[in-house]
Ligand binder design. Structure first.
Ligand code: PMP
Length: 293
């Protein structure tokens, strides 16, 4: 691998320090764009097709016409990994509205900006090995505001506000409720609780993103013979769960051992979470589950 990472911008590769976009890009000015976080494990880009599909669905809803076919986008991701000599990596794929003027009007933006960044690692939660401490924050997900969930847009302020609350409380992660007070998700992760052997996760009606890792975990759990239920979860159920864990591409599976100072179960990583983590580790390296670099 070369000294300098190369970043793809609109078909060209730039060394990381020179990988820059215009201050007139509406992604920067207004958060007008969509993105995906993707991981590669030992040469397998896990669920790449699913990530590309979600990107194009997000773009379609905000009427952002990505100037590449899905096939071309997949090849661009693979080529970025190859050029950087990466077989295990975290990839950030971003498509913004492009360069326009200072007004909101997207018609002024003639060409979307496509950016692909590949980094060898991403560490989201250093505490993953011992289990995370979390707080329920006052920041809520609003399922009516589609830009905050189904569309994976570049507007992440409510997640960032949630993260700030976690930082203030000196814990690892924040849990957001929906507007009714039901548990929704983490700042950038889906949430699961385990009680009496049953695995439960909130439905998308709470405003939770339909995470690709969430889907994977549901499939793995069912294959292992666990009952998985999608229904509303109250904070009371969360506090009194036997096990709690978060899932996401960057986070993978992160056990939660404390919520708002209440110990979850025994206060350590639970057996079902551990079992799912082990299985997840195998699945992400399965060539059938992704696209080979
Ligand atoms: N919720 C939010 C708000 C997220 O940003 C993410 C990360 N993309 C997730 C859930 C998990 O989604 P995935 O498993 O597809 O990464």
């Amino acid at each position: 691998m070369g000294e300098e990472l190369l970043v793809y911008i609109n078909g060209e590769y730039h060394p990381k320090p020179e990988a820059k976009v215009s201050v007139y890009d509406h992604g920067f000015l207004y958060g007008d764009g969509v993105f995906e976080g993707i991981r590669a494990y030992d040469g397998v880009v896990f669920k790449l097709k699913e990530h590309i599909d979600r990107l194009y669905h997000s773009a379609n809803t905000i009427m952002l016409d990505i100037p590449m076919t899905k096939e071309e986008m997949i090849n661009a991701v693979l080529e970025t990994l190859r050029r950087n000599g990466l077989r295990t990596a975290y990839v950030r794929l971003i498509v913004t509205r492009g360069v326009g003027d200072l007004g909101l009007d997207p018609r002024k933006c003639k060409r979307p900006t496509v950016i692909i960044i590949a980094e060898p690692t991403i560490v989201v939660h250093e505490a993953k090995e011992r289990g995370l401490k979390a707080v329920i924050t006052w920041v809520r997900r609003d399922p009516v505001d589609t830009t905050s969930h189904e569309v994976k847009s570049m507007n992440y302020l409510n997640s960032i506000l949630a993260k700030i609350e976690a930082n203030i409380a000196n814990v690892d992660e924040a849990i957001l409720l929906d507007k009714h007070g039901f548990v929704c998700e983490g700042s950038g992760q889906n949430i699961f609780i385990v009680k009496d052997g049953v695995i439960t996760t909130p439905p998308p009606s709470t405003g939770a993103l339909l995470g690709i890792t969430r889907n994977t975990i549901i499939k793995i759990a069912e294959k292992l013979g666990y009952k998985v239920v999608e229904r509303n979860v109250t904070p009371h159920e969360l506090f009194n769960a036997d096990e709690v864990f978060l899932t996401g591409t960057a986070t993978e599976i992160a056990p939660v051992v404390e919520v708002n100072r209440r110990k979850i179960g025994e206060g350590e990583i639970g057996p079902i979470t551990k079992r799912l983590m082990e299985e997840f580790d195998k699945v992400v390296r399965d060539p059938k589950e992704g696209i080979l670099i």
